[in-house]
Design a binder for this molecule. Structure first.
Ligand SMILES: Nc1nc2c(c(=O)[nH]1)N[C@H]1C(S)=C(S)[C@@H](COP(=O)(O)OP(=O)(O)OC[C@H]3O[C@@H](n4cnc5c(=O)[nH]c(N)nc54)[C@H](O)[C@@H]3O)O[C@H]1N2
Ligand SMILES: Nc1nc2c(c(=O)[nH]1)N[C@H]1C(S)=C(S)[C@@H](COP(=O)(O)OP(=O)(O)OC[C@H]3O[C@@H](n4cnc5c(=O)[nH]c(N)nc54)[C@H](O)[C@@H]3O)O[C@H]1N2
Ligand code: SF4
Ligand SMILES: [Mo]
Length: 708
């Protein structure tokens, strides 16, 4: 008998409501849930591919151990005992910091990993903590910590009520939105224009999102901080600063005005490639619109001035009275509040300790992953000897992936909690695969905090997992139990699991309890614009700074303005120079869904986009294969000539490069592509946050390669 169950898709931040129809243990199909008030039936091709993930013969179902003669499966108890024994021994011999952890992106979409990951990290007592955050949204979190006192107080665009929106370095039509949980982005963008509003887009590529906006502007990669600083300068110079309701709570406004005074539109225009008049208009329109919001995402976070970009965006919203206001950049109060009882994350911090080799600062308790390879390779006390990866693939997802790939060979122990034998876990000594997505319950602890509408949606597992199979929470908690250093710590782990949750064993997380155990609970609770119930009252109440103030001019960021000023004096890039940026694709999810045949249909998508003039200058014709090199590495990829690119800028998608020997991704290996991170440079980071610079990478060579 077929049955249909509503779930939330945990693949990306949109959190679409889906209907999964199963017959016995077989998935029949997946469709959008028209009754979900949040997604209203929307889904993307990856949601449909949940069926492929469930059925993928390459998905691992048993713990595995690497032996001299190949992979061997073992029982969960054997695997967890062996892993815990090795970690204990390494920490006993080389100290707590000899064991590093890397948490990948899907761990944030995973209830068990979110609940038990932080506990395990505390249990490991290591400062060698890394995650995908430092190749992604670290600047947002650092700025939230510095200005509002908590790393999770990240403002979200109130996209459904705004009249004017400036988007920088985001492609929501493809990414489905990030730090802005809002399924069906095209519909929402078109609605702004349809109600008489405007959307302005700043991107070195005329992206899929550009189709739905009022105006698109090319920008030279890496220069957004200059553009944003000039917009702030215009606000001050033209007396357009108007903070409104929050004004009595803000410190440092005058200092900001002073520090940014050198950044006139005329001074920054030649660097950015955007005309001074346009910059002035953008600032005036932002100030003059009835409601407005500035939003910048991945493209402006992973560049040399990523921290300044996110700070300046926050300032533009603050100074024009758009912060915490309807139609502006709002803060949320989700039903289950990660800042409240759950305390999933600390308030944040910066620079309390440094990486051993390069001295990069800790941020919010983590070290920049751009430093991981050298922390493994450089000899001496404090060297990383063991690495635990959870839901990550840093060989493809972090800069200079080749160097990290090689460094993994130097480890005494690599353990990967991952359902695939991918480019990273192929080097593991143990792989611990969790149950499939449809075999575990789900609740979005992270993304409800970032949703443009209030939402809270629980779903049970759709399919029964195989007997004995474990979800991420169970794996991490059982590992923690074995690593406990005292009977008391062990008891605490067990008590937490018993009281809190063995999700599949029917109990619940305590703070979630009343919500989840209520049988009358509809799958979705509330809908309304962000903060519909408490719109104007989130700040100052929710501010987490010790003095209860908004710190508009934190020292750390003010100090970096000096570096930005120096950038004004640097000559513009030489004629003919090329910069490389990345891109996302609808049928792709970072590095890990290329094994779904239905998503890979349509040929090689790992193509280099080249402007016609640049192609001509380098003797390239459409369909040619090109050899592309940076200071770090070299790849060969097919090119597509496209005037959607700014002149002097090349674009290659990330997450490919599946030709490395030893992985087991049979579909992905048929169209392996090349890894963008074989070209990105781990030595180049935003020195403030330590975020990797993944966009605007200088290209040293572009030439025609022999056809294959
Ligand atoms: N050059 C460049 N580099 C980038 C980016 C870019 O745009 N350009 N993007 C960056 C961004 S934004 C991110 S978030 C990172 C992502 O970087 P990572 O998180 O390191 O990599 P993913 O490709 O997301 O790999 C996720 C892994 O988790 C596994 N997995 C999937 N679901 C689960 C689960 O439920 N449990 C467990 N245990 N494992 C699971 C998959 O098999 C896969 O191996 O990459 C970053 N790197
Ligand atoms: N289909 C799909 N959806 C995804 C993912 C995926 O891999 N595939 N990944 C998910 C993840 S982990 C994340 S973090 C989000 C990211 O979500 P977004 O930030 O919306 O996605 P990106 O496509 O990385 O958008 C970055 C944009 O920045 C532009 N850019 C590059 N350099 C610069 C620059 O210097 N200045 C400016 N202004 N723009 C620049 C790029 O051309 C690109 O269009 O997407 C999520 N959604
Ligand atoms: S947009 Fe994201 S959440 Fe929605 S179906 Fe696609 S992958 Fe899932
Ligand atoms: Mo990400």
């Amino acid at each position: 008998m077929a049955r249909t169950q509503p779930i939330t898709c945990p693949l990306c931040e949109a959190c679409c409501g889906l209907l999964v129809t199963v017959d016995g243990d077989r998935v029949q199909h997946v469709e959008g849930d028209p009754l979900d008030p949040h997604s209203q039936g929307y889904l993307c091709p990856k949601g449909v591919a949940l069926k492929d993930l469930q059925e993928d013969p390459d998905r691992l179902r048993q713990p595995m151990r690497r032996t001299p003669t190949g992979w061997e499966s073992l029982s969960w108890n054997e695997a967890l005992d062996a892993v815990a024994g090795r970690i204990r021994a390494i920490q006993a011999e080389h100290g707590d910091d000899s064991v590093a952890v890397y948490l990948g992106n899907p761990s944030v979409h995973n209830l068990g990993a979110l609940l038990y990951g932080p506990e395990l990290l505390r249990g490991l007592r290591t400062r060698q903590r890394y995650s995908a955050t430092s190749v992604d949204q670290l600047p947002h979190m650092l700025v939230a910590h510095l200005v509002f006192g908590h790393q999770l107080l990240m403002p979200v665009p109130d996209i459904d009520r705004t009249d004017w929106m400036l988007i920088l370095g985001a492609n929501p039509s493809v990414s489905n939105g990030s730090l802005m949980t809002a399924p069906g982005m095209d519909r929402r963008l078109k609605a702004i224009v349809a109600r008489g509003g405007r959307v302005e887009l700043i991107d070195p590529r005329r992206t899929e999102t550009a189709r739905h906006v009022t105006r698109h502007h090319f920008i030279r990669p890496g220069t957004d901080a200059l553009l944003l600083a000039a917009m702030v300068q215009v606000l001050f110079a033209e007396d357009l600063v108007s903070i409104g309701r929050l004004a009595p709570h803000v410190d440092g406004v005058a200092a900001v005005g002073q520090a940014l005074s050198p950044f006139s539109p005329e001074a920054v225009a030649p660097h950015t490639g955007i005309a001074a008049d346009t910059i002035r208009d953008l600032a005036r329109d932002l100030a003059g619109a009835r409601t407005a919001v500035v939003y910048g995402r991945f493209g402006v976070s992973t560049q040399g001035f990523g921290s300044l970009c996110q700070w300046l965006i926050l300032l533009l919203n603050l100074l024009t009275g758009r912060l915490d206001a309807p139609g502006g950049a709002m803060l949320t109060t989700p039903a289950v509040d990660p800042l409240g009882a759950l305390k999933l994350a600390g308030r944040g911090g910066h620079g309390r300790w440094k990486t051993r080799v390069r001295g990069l600062p800790e941020a919010n308790g983590e070290l920049p992953v751009a430093a991981l390879a050298e922390e493994i390779r450089s000899p001496g006390a404090g060297r990383v000897r063991a690495l635990l990866t959870v839901a990550g693939n840093p060989v493809l997802s972090t800069p200079d992936g080749r160097a990290l790939d090689a460094a993994l060979d130097d480890l005494d122990l690599l353990v990967s909690v991952d359902p695939y034998l991918n480019e990273t876990s192929r080097k593991a000594h143990f792989i611990l695969p969790p149950v499939g997505i449809l075999e575990r319950p789900h609740y979005d602890l992270a993304f409800n905090l970032l949703a443009v509408r209030n939402r809270a949606r629980w779903n049970d597992a759709v399919l029964q997992p195989a007997p004995g199979a474990l979800d991420d929470g169970q794996i991490l908690s059982r590992l923690h139990e074995r690593l406990a250093r005292s009977p008391r710590e062990r008891l605490e782990v067990l008590a937490r699991r018993r009281l809190g949750v063995d999700l599949r064993e029917g109990a619940t997380v305590r703070p979630l309890g009343s919500l989840i155990q209520n049988e009358d609970l509809p799958h979705f609770l509330v809908e309304g614009p962000v903060g519909s119930e408490r719109v104007e009252s989130v700040f100052p109440d929710r501010l987490a700074t010790r003095d209860g103030r908004i710190h508009a001019a934190p020292d750390l960021l003010m100090a970096d303005v000096v570096r930005l000023e120096a950038a004004l004096k640097v000559d513009h890039p030489a004629e003919g120079s090329l910069l490389l940026i990345g891109r996302r694709q609808l049928r792709s999810n970072n590095s890990w869904m290329h094994n779904a045949a239905r998503l890979m249909k349509g040929g090689d998508r790992c193509t280099l986009l080249v402007h016609p003039d640049d192609a001509r200058a380098h003797g390239l014709a459409d369909g040619d294969r090109a050899r592309l090199a940076t200071a770090v590495g070299e790849v060969e990829v097919p090119i597509e000539i496209s005037d959607s690119m700014m002149r002097g800028v090349l674009s290659l998608p990330h997450g490919f490069g599946h030709d490395r020997k030893g992985s087991r991704l049979r579909v992905a290996q048929e169209t392996p592509g090349a890894s963008l991170n074989d070209l990105t440079d781990a030595s180049v980071v935003d020195p403030v946050a330590g975020t990797a610079v993944l966009n605007g990478v200088p290209v040293t060579r572009l030439e025609r390669a022999a056809p294959r």
